[in-house]
Design a protein around this ligand. Sequence first.
Ligand SMILES: *Cc1c(COP(=O)(O)O)cnc(C)c1O
Length: 376
Amino acid sequence: MIPLSEPSLGDAEERLVVEAVRSGYVSSVGPMVRSFEEELAAAVGAQHAVACASGTAALHLALLAVGVGQGRDVLVSDLTFIASANPARYCGAKVVLVDSEPETWNLDPTLVVAELERRDAAGEAQPAAVLAVHVLGHPAALEDLVVACERFDVMLVEDAAESLGARWDEGVLAGRQVGTVGSLGCFSFNGNKVMTAGNGGMVVTDDAALADRVRHLSTQARIPGSDYLHDDIGYNYRLSNVSAAVGLAQLRRLDELVGGRRAVAERYDAALAAVPGVSVPPKAAWASRSSWLYTILLRDRGARDAVRQELRDAGVEARPIWPALRGQQPYLGSAVLGGTVALDLADRGLSLPSSAHLPPGDQDVVVAAVLAAASP
Ligand SMILES: *Cc1c(COP(=O)(O)O)cnc(C)c1O
């Protein structure tokens, strides 16, 4: 099978893992964790970074740190992996789903701004946070959202789990990387992401107090310098030094890993952009994508499933995009802002093999199967 998304691991990862093991630091204390945090903060342009056991743990801590709790609302993109929304529920908050906009497939900022204005005018409580997800490696349009969140005193948190290395190129956010615009940004280093630490995540922020709070909650809320004294309900969410070793080696190759995925996406664009019945994924002029998973749209669900079958027969792993959260069992009762763009994308989207080092010959096999099924 040609896999959907494969990690690229080599000598650099092996060297640092061996170094970590030989140092005797294999758990959550150790120099690799610190270095991983410092180098990731520098790479994305944030002041502080706190390594976590997973991207999900990073999101949970980020929401806790901005005060998300029982009875509050959190606005979340409807079209995303379910781990974007679950942490709000861990905090006891209610999830309000926001429909996608067609340009980037990310949450529609006009819907969020309208909702904050509506609540303000009606004298209703504002949500505790807006969780903006950058899906599939493309930045969301956050310019207006930043202004609205500031105006109505709502915390903006970014789920950049899929988009490390993506950035804005125009407007007031020009030059900024995803994850650095909200009060906090979260990344994932799961095995299928742009870079991996085996497992792991990171919270980044420019706010020292928020970074301290995240770090404190990630280490069982132990009072620093004390033995077994704790001042809150904390979590065991720290990253291990061995995982950090893998992450550090991958981070030092980030340009190569993102560059590889971008090159794969460019080749797909060239081969598929003009094919009737196939739409290529978003590539806004104002952004540079990280091209995590290259996802095409077919005419309808039937055409999507036919292309998937053709690919499977050719030995290619392709995967439908996630169902919109509004259709997932735990979120059936959630309020939804907007219309049905996310449902349409979920019906028609198919992710193609996108590994950074996908051999061109393998990519030709994928393209040939898409062509055969899409325009028989
Ligand atoms: C992968 C992912 C997560 C969760 O990250 P884990 O490291 O797997 O816990 C969260 N949000 C999105 C959008 C993701 O793709």
